[in-house]
Design a protein around this ligand. Structure first.
Ligand code: ZN
Length: 193
């Protein structure tokens, strides 16, 4: 905890003042254009990966970057509430679902016996999907595609996609190499710049 207190003091006294114009511009509102849904894993930092500034991306994180589908019975869950706010109120133009290598949620999905002491995780992973792949990397990719499909089970998302105001994308972050593979409609590949 002391490390956090020290970090906050350094932020408040040094980092924030050095970026005062940015924070002045953000003080009374946000208009991010991307909603970034990633895992809560400590090694996945959406702003760092995408080199985004405060105000750039609206971030939603949970174990396994999961979106329970509309028929999950979890209509009051925090994930879809955050996504609804992003799409309807903030009018983001993109939702990106970002999985990652070595994802504990997917490893748990592949090895349910490791989850016996984690009943809430076990329940939550009902909404994950490894697509029948036992190889972790493929399973992570399959889960990203499953969550993109879950997004389409919500009418407000479907309608925004259909009128062209919203795009859904999927990607997978590799922690060791720093590369991000993006789903191109067929496969996950590192895009050319
Ligand atoms: Zn993860």
């Amino acid at each position: 905890m002391q490390r956090l207190i020290d970090g906050i003091a350094r932020y408040s006294n040094e980092v924030h003042p050095a970026n005062q114009p940015l924070f002045d511009s953000l003080a009374h509102g946000q208009s991010p254009d991307v909603l970034f849904l990633s895992c809560a894993d400590s090694r996945v930092d959406p702003s760092l990966i995408t080199q985004s500034q405060p105000g750039d991306i609206f971030v939603c994180r949970n174990a396994g970057n999961i979106v329970p589908p509309s028929d999950s019975g979890l209509s009051d869950d925090g994930v879809i509430a955050s996504i609804e706010f992003g799409v309807i109120a903030l009018k983001v133009s993109d939702i990106v679902v970002c999985g990652h290598a070595d994802c504990g949620a997917i490893k748990g999905l592949l090895h349910p016996d490791s989850l016996t002491s984690l009943p809430h995780v076990t329940k939550w992973l009902e909404w994950a999907d490894h697509g029948g792949h036992q190889e972790p990397e493929r399973a992570v990719e399959a889960n990203v595609l499953a969550q993109l499909a879950h997004l389409r089970t919500y009418a407000f998302i479907n309608e925004a996609v259909d009128v062209g105001s919203l795009t859904l994308s999927g990607c997978v972050y590799d922690i060791a190499s720093g590369q991000v593979r993006v789903f191109d409609g067929t496969d996950f590949t590192v895009p050319n710049r």
